[in-house]
Design a protein around this ligand. Structure first.
Ligand code: GLN
Length: 480
C-alpha cells in the first residue's frame, strides 16, 4: 500500500521503526494531490513553503501532513473562507489550533475548499469551484468542510481540520465515508477561526479512522486564554478510550429521528450497525427528543442572526476586497461599503445576512430571535433528559447519501432540511462523531452518528472504536 493511503497512526508506527521518513510521507501525499486533485478539487491553495525536513525530523513529534479548511487563520497566508470578499486577506496571526499543530511539527499541505463562510451542505457555495465526491465525481462531498473530507477520502491528505456549526464536519464525513468529530462546545479553541455563528462553531477533525480522530483531537483540544468560551477543564488522553468493549452501555434511539425522509438504505445500515453493537454487549432503548421538529427553524434563525452580525465587519475597510462604484451614488464611503459587499458576497451569504438582519430588526426580534433562543433551550433540555437514561445516542448523520452536484443548489429549503440530524447537537453544545457504517447499492458511503454528554468524548470514542474494530467499512478504499 502507498504511504498516502495509510492512516496517521500507521504512519507514526512506520516513522518510529524508521521504515519511512516525514519527507517521504509528505512528498507522497503531494504527488497524490498533483495526480488526483484536478478531478476532486479539494484544495483551493497549496502550501508553497515546504517544511524544512532536516529540522522537522529532529524536533517533530507528529510530522503527519494535514489539510486545513479555508477559515482558520495561518499567519501571512491567504485565507478567504472561499469568499470573494476576503480575497488577498493574510491574517497577521495563527489560530490556536494552527499554533498547536505547528508545535508538534505537522506540515500543512494546503487550504481546503468550503462553502462560502461555511454556509452550506455541499461545498457548491465556494467562490472558487465545487468539490467532487471521490466516490462519485458527479456528486457533492457534503459541506461545508467538503474540501477537507474529500481530500482525506481521496488520500490526498492523511487527515484534516474542519469546522462544524450545524453539521459541517459530520455530514461531509458521512458522505465521503470517513470519520468526523464535532467536539463539545468549548473543547477546542475558536481563536483564529473566522466566525460564522460564534455560539455554535467548533473546530474538529476529519480522519480515516477513529484512532486518528483520537490522536488529532488530543493535539487540538484544551483551554485557551484567547477564547473566553473555551472550557477550563483538563483534557483526557483520548487514545486511552480506544478500548474494544461496550458491554453494559446503554444507547438511546431517538424516535423523532427515524421518520419520513430518511432514506431506506441509510435506515437499513443504521439498523445493521445497531445489531453489531448489540452483539458486542450494548443495549438500546427508545428515547424521545420532542423538540426535534423545531430544530431546523431555530437553527436557521440563530445561525443567520449571528452570521449577519459577524459578517458586518467585512465592509472593505480592514479586510480583503475593496470596491468603488464608477459614479458616486450616496457618498463615497457608503458607496464603497455597498459596492464591496455586493461584489464580495455570494448569493447564500447575502440570503443569510438578510435573514439574520430581519430576525434582529425591531418588531421581529422577540418573534424570531428570542423565540429561537427559547427553542434552543428546550432542545438542550431534551438532551439533558435523554442522558439521564442512556450513555449515548445513535442516529443517522445525514438522511440521504451524497446528492448530485446542482441537485439542491436552487432549493435552499431542501438543502437546509438535510441538516436535520446534525444541528440539534450544535444548538445543545454536546459532542458528536460520524463514522462509516455501510454503502448504498450505488456504492455511496453511509454515516452513523454517536452523540454523547458534554465533555464525554471518551464515550463516543469507546463506542465507535468498538464498532470500527468489528467491521470493515473504514477500510474500503476509493478506486481513483
Ligand atoms: N449546513 C449548515 C448550514 O448551512 C451547517 C453549516 C456548518 O456547519 N458550517 O448552516
Amino acid at each position: 500500500m502507498k504511504l498516502n493511503e495509510l492512516t496517521a497512526h500507521e504512519l507514526l508506527d512506520l516513522l518510529q521503526d524508521k521504515k519511512t521518513t516525514a519527507e517521504e510521507v509528505y512528498h507522497c501525499v503531494l504527488k497524490r494531490i498533483q495526480e488526483i486533485d484536478p478531478k476532486i478539487k479539494a484544495y483551493v491553495r497549496l502550501n508553497s513553503n515546504h517544511p524544512d525536513f532536516t529540522s522537522l525530523s529532529k524536533s517533530s513529534r507528529i510530522p503527519i501532513p494535514i489539510g486545513i479548511k479555508d477559515n482558520m487563520c495561518i499567519k501571512n497566508t491567504e485565507i478567504t473562507c472561499c469568499s470573494r470578499i476576503l480575497k488577498g486577506f493574510k491574517p497577521p496571526y495563527n489560530a490556536t489550533v494552527i499554533e498547536k499543530l505547528k508545535n508538534v511539527g505537522a506540515p500543512f499541505l494546503g487550504i481546503t475548499n468550503m462553502d462560502e463562510f461555511a454556509f452550506g451542505s455541499s461545498t457548491e457555495n465556494s467562490c472558487y469551484f465545487p468539490t467532487h465526491n471521490p466516490w462519485d465525481l458527479d456528486r457533492v462531498p457534503g459541506g461545508s468542510s467538503g474540501g477537507s473530507a474529500a481530500a482525506v477520502a481521496a488520500h490526498e491528505a492523511i487527515w484534516a481540520l474542519g469546522s462544524d456549526t450545524g453539521g459541517s464536519i459530520r455530514q461531509p464525513a458521512a458522505l465521503c465515508g470517513i470519520v468526523g468529530i464535532k467536539p463539545t462546545y468549548g473543547r477546542v479553541s475558536r481563536y483564529g477561526l473566522i466566525a460564522f455563528a460564534s455560539s455554535l462553531d467548533q473546530i474538529g477533525t476529519l480522519t480515516k479512522d477513529v484512532t486518528d480522530a483520537a490522536i488529532l483531537l488530543n493535539l487540538i483540544a484544551g483551554h485557551d486564554e484567547y477564547d473566553s468560551t473555551s472550557a477550563n477543564l483538563p483534557v483526557p488522553d483520548y487514545t486511552l478510550s480506544l478500548i474494544k468493549d461496550v458491554k453494559g452501555f446503554k444507547i438511546g434511539l431517538p424516535k423523532e429521528y427515524f421518520i419520513e425522509g430518511l432514506d431506506k438504505e441509510v435506515n437499513a445500515a443504521i439498523m445493521e450497525a445497531i445489531g453489531v453493537l448489540k452483539k458486542l454487549g450494548a443495549s438500546f432503548i427508545e428515547v424521545s427528543l420532542p423538540h426535534t421538529e423545531y430544530a431546523v427553524a431555530a437553527y436557521y434563525i440563530i445561525a443567520t442572526v449571528e452570521a449577519s452580525s459577524n459578517l458586518a465587519r467585512f465592509d472593505g475597510v480592514q479586510y480583503g476586497l475593496r470596491e468603488q462604484p464608477q459614479q458616486v451614488r450616496k457618498s463615497p464611503l457608503i458607496d464603497m461599503y455597498e459596492e464591496t459587499r455586493d461584489t464580495g458576497f455570494g448569493n447564500e451569504a447575502k440570503r443569510r445576512i438578510m435573514l439574520g438582519t430581519y430576525s434582529l430588526s425591531a418588531g421581529y426580534y422577540d418573534a424570531y430571535y428570542i423565540r429561537g433562543q427559547k427553542v434552543r433551550t428546550l432542545i438542550k433540555n431534551d438532551f439533558e433528559e435523554v442522558f439521564k437514561t442512556c450513555d449515548a445516542v445513535i442516529t443517522p448523520t445525514s438522511p440521504t447519501t451524497a446528492f448530485k452536484i446542482g441537485e439542491r443548489i436552487h432549493d435552499p429549503l431542501a438543502m437546509y432540511l438535510s441538516d436535520i440530524y446534525t444541528i440539534s447537537v450544535n444548538l445543545s453544545g454536546v459532542p458528536a462523531i460520524s463514522i462509516p457504517c455501510g454503502f448504498s447499492k450505488e456504492g455511496l458511503p453511509i454515516g452513523l452518528q454517536i452523540i454523547a454528554k458534554p465533555f464525554a468524548e471518551e464515550m463516543m470514542f469507546r463506542i465507535t472504536y468498538t464498532y470500527e474494530q468489528s467491521t470493515n467499512w473504514h477500510r474500503r478504499k476509493i478506486q481513483l
